[in-house]
Every structure is written in structure tokens, then in C-alpha cells.
Design a protein around this ligand. Structure first.
Ligand SMILES: Cc1cc2nc3c(=O)[nH]c(=O)nc-3n(C[C@H](O)[C@H](O)[C@H](O)COP(=O)(O)OP(=O)(O)OC[C@H]3O[C@@H](n4cnc5c(N)ncnc54)[C@H](O)[C@@H]3O)c2cc1C
Length: 516
């Protein structure tokens, strides 16, 4: 390790290799579900290159000394973990310094960026130049476009599937070679950010949620600034109306009439606090709750439909959506927020939070270390589990019943998000700032939820590093054929097993016995 660190220093300069306890502590996962426990793994050092050529040299040195590297772009994957599953002796490959915005094109609507570019950076760049394109940030704007897209994160606008909206990558492989995907393989490529596939097998997917390479550039499609945004609310009165609500919504979403991310909310769980509701809830039956929401003029289920585009088109889309839902007896509609763009900074400030759909926001998460001693701090918004089910009323019900299991058994909360062809129920767990029985129990419950979901044919799409093996275990069709394929690729591309061993349940040959 000390020889490798010395060689890293020769590549990036002494000041960009971090090995003191104080520096390395900054790379610790503050939201680890194993905080202060013996299983909590912390990295040994970090190295921060500034250029692709430096990344190439670093992976070659790491290969020579069999030092595992864990790549981060801006390192803000809060709640989804850090280097926790990696073996001891891991060095964080920190790409924050590679933060160049190489191109933003507002005629063909794309950007090409390096890993250290955050949503805030790109937003500012666009605003300062008055470019007519939108980014699509996740709830918090703190992270990088590349880190979020590689983890297959999502936002709210029609560009909400961040990996799907990427176009072209530059990747450093474990042997130090540099590959450009799609049209980027043409020297002097002119359409790298416009046509994804180029020629031959498309390989971009193997670099997402993986440990097959270090991505050093990535292109993203951007949304042309729309003329307007409008949100229309649909409320239905009965619990059983969920069937019709979800079926109609699926048709609208799949036919492109509605194009953004939204949530199906059970009004009594998400409405403003109400002492009358607290009283009703004691031993409440479904019909008690239905009566309560009817008295309040609310729906049992609430669904907000987001629309982006020309005002006239939005008006027609909302009209059409209302026609479709109107055969549900007792359905109510409300016009919600409506904006035309561009908005001034003052106008944006007046929009009630959250306003992150097109405007990257800071996010408030308790710093675990500052809570001494706990009660409980938020582990993260949806750190450990996004359960991807089928988008059907059954899927929605399953998501909600998962939430109920979680709610009853420990300090969890959950909601149900619908963005594309499936709903995802997200669970939030609350962990103590000290080792506690509750933290241990929450981990057990989460593992049980993974198994229970798998038994029903649902699976998680993203998780904290601590649970990656558990989830990979559930994707077991044909004696783990997919994992065997992943590991065949891993052994071919990274025979020394230096890149993020164990990430997403993919272990290199030499460390496979480390699988939990
Ligand atoms: C309260 C809260 C709300 C959230 N809401 C959302 C949301 O709405 N939508 C959403 O998508 N996420 C959400 N998140 C998750 C989180 O904010 C994002 O995942 C964050 O954007 C990732 O930050 P980053 O880019 O710094 O990640 P990093 O830590 O830099 O990267 C994440 C992981 O990706 C891999 N990786 C990163 N860069 C590279 C690279 N260059 N090459 C190879 N592999 C790489 C590594 O495995 C790394 O550990 C939320 C989190 C919290 C706590």
C-alpha cells in the first residue's frame, strides 16, 4: 500500500493523495447501517486525479499492487453507502477535481460533462449563459450527473430516467485502456451526444451499477426549456378506486399524455396533521376513513399529474385526462401549480418547496455525527430499497402493504412513486447515531422485506452497499445465470479484481468467497 500511495503521489501530486485519519474520515459513510460496528468498513486512503491520463496511470498502479479502488464522482451518494462492502485496504478514486463542462448545446439539447460536475454546476452554467435547456436533477442537487445516472437515478421531468437519457461515455478500463462508446468510437466524432448506438454491440449498460470501468466523460440529453408546466390533481373517494385510478393513469403515462414522475398518495397518510383524523384513526375501518375524507372534501387517493410543454397542448392533455378519469364515480379534479417559462429568480424563490423538478435544490439531511446522542436520524430518503413492481393496482397495493409492514415493525416510513412503467415503493429507515437494537432490527427487517418482495416477484433496483449481496441473491433465475454472466465479464475485464469488488453483488474471482 505505501509503495502504491507513493506512486499515486508521483502521478497526481502529493497534495492529492489522502491517507491521514483526518482526511480519510471524510470518505466514511456517515449514514452506514453499521456505524461504529465492527462490520463498518472504511477506506484506507483516497486519490484525486485531474485528468483521464492520470486515471489510466492510477488503475495500472492499483492493478500492479492489487489495491481495490472505489470510484466516486462527487461522493454524495448519501444513504446508498460508500465503500462499505469492499475489502479492507480500499482506496477511494475521487473524481471531484475532474469537473469540466465540456459542451452544452441548446440547439440539439445535450451536454458533455466530466464526473465532478454537479447538478448545481451545470444549472449555474446554463443560467449564466441564458441557454434554453433544462437539466433534470434528483431531489437533492448535491451529486453529480454521472454518479446519479450510473446508479440509474431519477428525476421528475420527461428526462427523468437518467441512465436512459445519457448518450455516449468515455471509460477507463481496469487495464488502463480508454474506450469511447457509441459514435464516440469514431475519431473526430460529430454526433457522439446525438446517436447512442454507433456500430456493433452496445456496451454502455455494462458500466451502470457495475464495477467494470471508471467513467471519465458522459453525454446527457437535456430537455428544451418548455413553454409551461402545469399540475392537475385527481382525487377518488373509495379505497377500491385504486384499481381504476391506476389503470387509467397507466394508459395516460404509457401513451405519453403524462410525462413526469409523480406519486399515488393515500390522503390520510400524507395530508396535513389533523386532530380529528387522529381520533378517527383509532380502530378505524376503511369506511370510517372514506367518510372522513368525504367530509373534508378530499379523496381517499390523490394523484398529481405533471405536464410539461406548450400551454395549449397542456390544456388539451389535462382535458383528455379528466375525460378518462371521469367515469370513476365521485372523482374530483383540481387545477394545481401552473408556470410559464422562463421564470425569474424571484419567481422561483416564491414557488413553495419542493421546487426541484427543474431547479436543483440543496436538501436537508441530518448530519448523523452532529446528533449526540440520537434519538434517530434520517438514514436517507430512500436509501436502502426501491422496490420495483409491476405497474398495476396489485403492484400499487403491494407497495403500500410493504409500507405498512415497515411502518408497523420499526421506525420506517414509505411512499409510492410512479415514474415510468412501474411503481416503486420506497422505504426510509431511521437509524440511531449510536449502536442500537433498533438499528440491528431495522437491518433484519429490511433483509426480510427483500425476501418477501422476491417471493412475490418484485425486486429492488438500487440499494445501500451493505445490502447489495442480499439483493443480487434474489435475482437468481436459472441458478444465478445473470450473476454468472456479470462475473464472467468481471473476470475478463478486471482479472485482478481491483475495481469496486462486490459492488452490486459482482465479485472478482479472487474475492468471490467474500460474498456474504
Ligand atoms: C434525501 C435524499 C433524497 C434523494 N433523492 C433522490 C432522487 O430523487 N433521485 C435519485 O436518483 N437519487 C436521490 N437520492 C440519492 C442521491 O442523492 C444520488 O444518488 C446522488 O445524486 C449521488 O451522488 P454522487 O453523484 O456524488 O454519487 P457518487 O458517490 O459520486 O457515486 C455513486 C456511485 O456510483 C458509482 N460511480 C460514481 N461515479 C463513477 C464513475 N465515474 N465511474 C464508475 N462508477 C462511478 C460508484 O459506485 C459510486 O459509489 C437521494 C438521497 C437522499 C439522501
Amino acid at each position: 500500500m505505501s509503495e502504491a500511495l507513493r506512486q499515486f503521489e508521483a502521478v497526481v501530486g502529493k497534495e492529492w493523495v489522502f491517507s491521514s485519519d483526518e482526511d480519510v474520515d471524510l470518505y466514511r459513510d456517515s449514514y452506514s447501517p453499521f456505524w461504529h460496528e465492527p462490520e463498518e468498513r472504511v477506506p484506507s486512503a483516497a486519490v484525486a486525479p485531474d485528468a483521464v491520463e492520470q486515471v489510466q496511470q492510477i488503475v495500472r498502479i492499483a492493478g500492479k499492487y492489487k489495491i481495490p479502488l472505489w470510484t466516486i464522482s462527487t461522493g454524495k451518494n448519501l444513504g446508498y453507502g460508500g465503500s462499505r462492502r469492499t475489502p479492507s485496504g480500499t482506496v477511494v478514486l475521487d473524481l471531484k477535481r475532474m469537473n469540466r463542462i465540456i459542451e452544452v448545446n441548446d440547439k440539439n439539447h445535450y451536454a458533455l460533462v466530466e464526473p465532478g460536475v454537479s447538478y448545481f454546476d451545470l444549472y449555474r452554467h446554463i443560467q449564466e449563459r441564458g441557454l434554453k435547456v433544462w437539466i433534470d436533477p434528483p431531489d437533492p442537487g448535491w451529486g453529480s450527473l454521472i454518479g446519479n445516472a450510473l446508479e440509474r437515478g431519477g428525476g421528475y421531468t420527461p428526462m427523468r430516467d437518467h441512465f436512459d437519457c445519457h448518450c455516449g461515455m468515455e471509460v477507463v478500463l481496469a487495464n488502463g485502456d480508454v474506450v469511447r462508446t457509441g459514435m464516440g468510437a469514431l475519431p473526430n466524432a460529430r454526433t457522439w451526444q446525438q446517436y447512442k448506438y454507433g456500430f456493433g454491440p452496445a456496451v454502455d449498460g455494462i458500466f451502470s451499477q457495475s464495477n467494470f470501468g471508471v467513467v471519465t466523460k458522459m453525454g446527457f440529453w437535456l430537455l428544451p426549456e418548455p413553454e409551461a408546466y402545469f399540475s392537475g390533481t385527481v382525487m377518488v373517494p373509495k379505497e377500491d378506486d385504486i384499481h381504476a385510478l391506476v389503470e387509467i393513469f397507466a394508459r395516460l403515462l404509457n401513451s405519453g399524455v403524462v410525462q413526469g414522475t409523480t406519486s399515488v398518495l393515500k390522503t390520510v397518510d400524507f395530508g396535513p396533521p389533523d386532530p380529528q383524523l387522529a381520533a378517527v384513526r383509532v380502530g378505524a375501518s376503511t369506511s370510517d376513513l372514506e367518510r372522513y375524507v368525504a367530509q373534508k372534501g378530499l379523496g381517499y387517493w390523490t394523484l398529481d399529474l405533471p405536464f410539461y410543454g406548450p400551454s395549449k397542448v397542456i390544456a388539451a392533455q389535462w382535458e383528455h385526462a379528466k375525460e378518462q378519469f371521469s367515469w370513476i364515480p365521485g372523482v374530483q379534479f383540481r387545477d394545481g401549480a401552473s408556470y410559464t417559462f422562463p421564470l425569474t429568480r424571484e419567481a422561483i424563490e416564491k414557488i413553495p418547496e419542493p421546487r426541484s423538478a427543474w431547479n436543483p435544490e440543496p436538501h436537508h439531511v441530518c448530519d448523523r455525527r452532529s446528533v449526540q446522542p440520537g434519538p434517530y436520524v434520517v438514514f436517507a430518503d430512500h436509501p436502502d430499497d426501491r422496490c420495483r413492481g409491476a405497474r398495476s393496482d396489485q403492484g400499487v397495493r403491494a407497495g403500500l402493504s410493504r409500507s405498512r409492514i415497515a411502518d408497523r415493525r420499526a421506525s420506517w416510513s414509505a411512499d409510492l412513486v410512479v415514474s415510468s412503467r412501474e411503481p416503486s415503493s420506497s422505504s426510509t429507515s431511521f437509524l440511531s447515531s449510536t449502536i442500537s437494537r433498533r438499528t440491528v432490527r431495522n437491518r433484519e427487517i429490511f433483509r426480510r422485506l427483500i425476501k418477501a418482495a422476491a417471493e412475490h416477484g418484485w425486486g429492488e433496483y438500487r440499494t445501500h452497499t451493505a445490502f447489495m449481496d442480499d439483493i443480487a441473491e434474489a435475482y437468481s433465475y436459472n441458478n444465478h445465470a445473470l450473476r454468472r454472466l456479470h462475473e464472467t465479464l468481471k473476470d475478463a475485464l478486471d482479472p485482478d479484481g481491483i475495481l469496486a469488488p462486490g459492488k452490486n453483488g459482482v465479485w472478482p474471482k479472487r474475492l468471490r468467497r467474500a460474498r456474504a
